[in-house]
Design a binder for this molecule. Structure first.
Ligand SMILES: Cc1cc2nc3c(=O)[nH]c(=O)nc-3n(C[C@H](O)[C@H](O)[C@H](O)COP(=O)(O)O)c2cc1C
Length: 199
């Protein structure tokens, strides 16, 4: 697949099969993330790669419990409101049961922390598409990045003092009829372009 087709056919996967991700493929996805650009070439993005089912279950439990304690306000961001509502019902699984969850953490107070994590995650999502894997950006961990219960648990997983999680990514084989990511190309209605001058 050429580069533009790879980019245009990447889509979020929100239904994953149980099929484990091969070690070689997982390593390629992580490598793609590590080779992303970073501000000032700082390379401070810390990848925490979780495949342990008991850890994933504990993260589901913590997110559910902590979101369930939150109050909805009229201006609550729509996706956060959904997380809160489903958590209050007790049915919320923030990572769509993906077999792998990759957290990208970076230094608190570093100006490009979120930007560097975003570049890394986009690289990993494209690599996933190239390897017939599905992926999805996950915001729920960073929405709890000042929650003491979540922070304490993330530290047991290797998050360092002075770091916080900015972006997470679910990864696995899509639960689709052919087992492949849905690769339709959706035309863009937004993202306007203004050309100034000609090449
Ligand atoms: C900054 C950002 C935050 C996102 N947060 C979430 C999220 O928390 N959960 C989720 O399921 N998808 C999330 N997404 C995925 C978007 O919903 C998705 O990329 C968008 O709807 C376009 O669909 P596509 O990825 O299939 O092209 C996020 C994407 C971005 C770039």
């Amino acid at each position: 697949m050429d580069a533009l087709t790879l980019i245009k056919t990447r889509h979020s996967t929100r239904k994953f099969s149980d099929k484990p991700v091969e070690k070689e493929k997982l390593e390629q996805v992580i490598e793609a993330g590590r080779f992303a650009p970073s501000g000032g070439n700082n390379q401070t993005t810390h990848f925490i790669v979780i495949q342990d089912k008991s850890v994933l279950s504990e993260l589901v439990r913590i997110t559910r419990e902590e979101f369930a304690k939150m109050n909805l306000k009229p201006d609550t961001y729509a996706s956060l409101a959904t997380s809160i509502k489903l958590s209050k019902k007790g049915t919320y699984v923030f990572h769509y049961n993906a077999p792998v969850l990759i957290l990208t953490a970076n230094r608190i107070g570093y100006d490009n922390n979120m930007a560097d994590c975003s570049c890394a995650v986009e690289n990993m999502m494209l690599m996933a598409n190239a390897l017939d894997l599905g992926s999805c950006w996950i915001n729920q961990i960073n929405w709890l990045n000042s929650n003491p219960v979540m922070v304490a648990y993330l530290k047991t997983l290797g998050m360092q003092d002075g770091e916080t999680v900015y972006v997470s990514m679910a990864l696995g084989y899509p639960d689709s009829p052919d087992g492949l990511p849905l690769r339709r190309i959706v035309e863009r209605k937004g993202n306007p372009v203004t050309y100034v001058g000609e090449a």
